[in-house]
Design a protein around this ligand. Structure first.
Ligand code: AHR
Length: 718
């Protein structure tokens, strides 16, 4: 059989007889793939902001994630019908006690539940009624899928509390009697109140303290620290309890518990997760979304103004992913998070489009939204003489933050009213007028949505493209930017991911990511910024009291209350960002082997998800590559990806007058099979390994391990 006929025959057997996709390496495999780094040609510059991060409140990214607060539903607004996350502790058969949400619906507060609001944000509270106190009674919080116990750790607890025997507010003569009057209970509330971190069965107390509850009908804030012993065994099988053994009515609000935070910042972030992000060396952080910026309806976009100042002023809001964010991660916290990881903020401003499809037309009705965005920018970069700059100073951050890019909205291609053209232009003109140095990013990419793109006024300087794809899609399209017109707008790949594996991605996804990143890196004169999404996922599955923690499969970093881990994709991100030069080395490739991408059922093209898969089997490369050079140190970083389960040899050639060290560094991440992955219980199954290689020359051969991403750091002398 001739070679071609043989190949067709193999294909036929695989597709039609076995019904399975198969890997068929093209005839080119016979010759070793050759990668030539051409050091004789002028190099384009790598964008200094190429690799960054994107974040939003999804999958419990902040509440139950990065934001270190441990108490779930701390202001009791998560669910208007039940005190979600809270339960009654009642240890003795002879005690009679109950808990109840008070003023759950601030628009319809029953007469006998009035006068318990602390302020306009803290309007709902929890009441513990102790009619008979045989032994310990109290309230318990289950945390975000458990309270994390760590040895020798100091936790900071705080809460508002009042104790009173009064069952109803004073009633003017003639006022209706309450429908369900509360029994008169002897008021023994004043006195010691015990606060503990303890096992869920109450048998082991990990840390304990007391406060002295004052006799008062008015709220008072109590604070204390709780310290675990050096011998405490790390666990998430724990709860936070405030308890008493006296009768009365006890009221609680804004109950908070913080472990130590990164840099010990009050109201700060989890140490392990912050460190993981810092290790990625991100150049920017795109926030606050994503869908989280927009919100499900006009009233629910990210309410940056009510996220400022003390947490007492933050009622939380509806959010976009099915649970209510506390807004503990407010605008200033986002900015300080940027500072902590050395990233520049990239601010998304709400641009008058809601996820339910509503939009505000350009013109006078849009002006308040533009003014709001200008206020927000002023908060970030204004000096103390400006209204919002002064607020930032008062909030404890005198220095303005660095800000270069403002993104106008998010994924406005969903707005089929065609209003984005006008909305973007009105925002851009107002922002540029006040802040000529800022660059506005359009969320509609010309190539993806030519019908919806911004056409009026100046061309947007930067377009945000989003890609959620399979690994096949990534491999097939990894070189898409090679052909983009350099005279057009710059590209920000503001959300992208290879979506395989759940809740975090697997090795195959990492191979898709790495191939895609070689394409971005080779074209990083055009791709000025890129960021993977989503960043975070709380990996807890549903329990009897809490739903599954995540809403989106295929995320970068997974965690529970106690520990965290990086997906193979995380390590690929980290590797690509750590080994990056500032000049793009032109490369030529020959004999690149291919594999056959099976045909798939056709569906309409959706640029947000993936290009339509091929209608007929299609050859797709199995080796991907990019190289950059550090102009100062002479280091060359060559990235080569082998996407198949077979070792592949490559010949690497450096063209030009190069003095090359014989010693080089090789960083490899690889899997045994595409589904291999890291998990919360096996967090380091797939991690990069660094080794030294010897005998490198201007033409050298390397073997790429099956399913591997390889980075060669070569040293040239200048
Ligand atoms: O990353 C998850 C979601 O995908 C983002 O919120 C949204 O922008 C996109 O559709």
């Amino acid at each position: 059989m001739k070679k071609n006929t043989l190949r067709k025959h193999i294909l036929k057997v695989c597709f039609f007889a076995l019904g399975l996709p198969c890997f068929v390496i093209s005839g080119a495999l016979a010759q070793t793939p050759l990668l030539t780094l051409d050091l004789t040609k002028p190099c384009a510059k790598v964008s200094p902001m190429l690799y960054g991060l994107m974040t939003e409140e999804i999958n419990h990214s902040y509440d139950g994630g990065l934001y270190a607060e441990l108490i779930r539903n701390r202001v009791f607004k998560d669910n208007p019908t039940t005190p979600e996350g809270w339960s009654l502790v009642n240890e003795g058969a002879d005690s009679i006690a109950s808990i109840k949400l008070i003023a759950a619906d601030p628009d319809k507060v029953p007469f006998d539940e009035r006068r318990h609001a602390i302020n306009g944000a803290l309007t709902t509270c929890l009441r513990l009624t102790v009619e008979k106190a045989g032994s310990r009674v109290g309230i318990a919080n289950e945390g975000y899928w458990g309270i994390p116990v760590k040895p020798a750790t100091t936790y900071t607890a705080s809460f508002y509390m009042k104790g009173t025997g009064r069952t109803q507010p004073p009633r003017w003569p003639g006022r209706p009697q309450p429908e369900t009057p509360v029994k008169l209970i002897e008021d023994n509330t004043a006195g010691p109140i015990t606060v503990t971190i303890e096992s869920n069965d109450g048998k082991t107390v990990y840390a304990s303290g007391t406060i002295d509850l004052a006799k008062s009908t008015f709220w008072k804030k109590y604070e204390l620290t709780l310290k675990t012993g050096a011998d405490a065994k790390p666990t998430t099988d724990a709860r936070f309890v405030i308890s008493t053994n006296r009768t009365g009515l006890y009221y609680f609000n804004l109950v908070s518990l913080f472990p130590p935070t990164y840099n010990n910042r009050a109201n700060g972030n989890r140490i392990d997760l912050t460190q993981m992000l810092k290790d990625m060396n991100p150049k920017f952080l795109r926030f606050p979304g994503g869908n989280y910026l927009e919100g499900p309806d006009f009233a629910s976009s990210f309410p940056w103004k009510t996220t400022l100042g003390p947490i007492e002023n933050r009622p939380g809001h509806k959010g976009s992913w099915g649970y209510r964010p506390t807004d503990g991660m407010g605008l200033l916290e986002f900015l300080m998070w940027c500072e902590e990881i050395g990233a520049e903020p990239l601010l998304g401003v709400y641009a008058g489009y809601a996820l339910n499809g509503d939009h505000v037309d350009a013109g006078p009705l849009l002006k308040p939204y533009i003014d709001d965005a200008l206020d927000e920018i002023e908060y970030i970069i204004g000096d103390a003489k400006t209204y919002w700059g002064a607020k930032r100073v008062a909030d404890g951050h005198p220095e303005p933050f660095k800000l270069t890019y403002i993104e106008i909205g998010n994924e406005d291609w969903f707005d089929r009213s065609n209003s984005y053209n006008g909305r973007f232009t009105q925002f851009r003109e107002a922002i540029e007028k006040k802040y000529p140095k800022l660059t506005c990013i359009s969320t509609i990419a010309d190539r993806q949505y030519p019908d919806l793109m911004v056409k009026s006024g100046k061309k947007p300087a930067v377009l945000d493209e989003h890609y959620y794809r399979s690994s096949w899609d990534m491999w097939e399209n990894a070189s898409q930017y090679d052909t983009y017109d350099r005279n057009e707008s710059k590209i920000f790949v503001g959300e992208w991911a290879t979506r395989e594996g759940a809740p975090t991605t697997n090795m195959n996804a990492a191979l898709g990511d790495a191939a895609w990143m070689t394409g971005m890196e080779r074209n990083s004169d055009l791709i000025i910024m890129s960021c993977y999404a989503p960043l975070f996922v709380n990996v807890n599955t549903a329990t009897s009291t809490a739903p599954k923690a995540w809403q989106w499969d295929s995320d970068l970093i997974g965690y529970n209350a106690l520990t965290s881990y990086g997906s193979p994709s995380y390590y690929v991100q980290k590797m690509f960002s750590a080994y990056l030069g500032d000049e793009i080395i032109p490369m030529a490739a020959a004999n690149i082997p291919t594999q056959i991408r099976p045909a798939a059922p056709q569906r309409p093209n959706n640029p947000n998800i993936a290009p339509a898969p091929p209608a007929a089997p299609k050859a797709v490369p199995t080796v991907f590559y990019a190289a950059t050079k550090d102009g100062k140190t002479g280091a060359i970083y060559l990235k080569v990806v082998n996407t198949i389960g077979k070792e592949q040899a490559v010949q690497i050639k450096l063209k030009g007058d190069v003095k090359l060290s014989k010693d080089a560094t090789l960083v490899v991440i690889k899997g045994q099979k595409p589904e291999d992955t890291n998990t919360i219980t096996d967090p380091e199954k797939i991690v990069p390994v660094v080794s030294q290689i010897k005998g490198v020359s201007t033409s050298f051969k390397q073997k790429l391990a099956p399913y591997s991403v390889n980075i060669y750091q070569l040293q040239t002398s200048k």
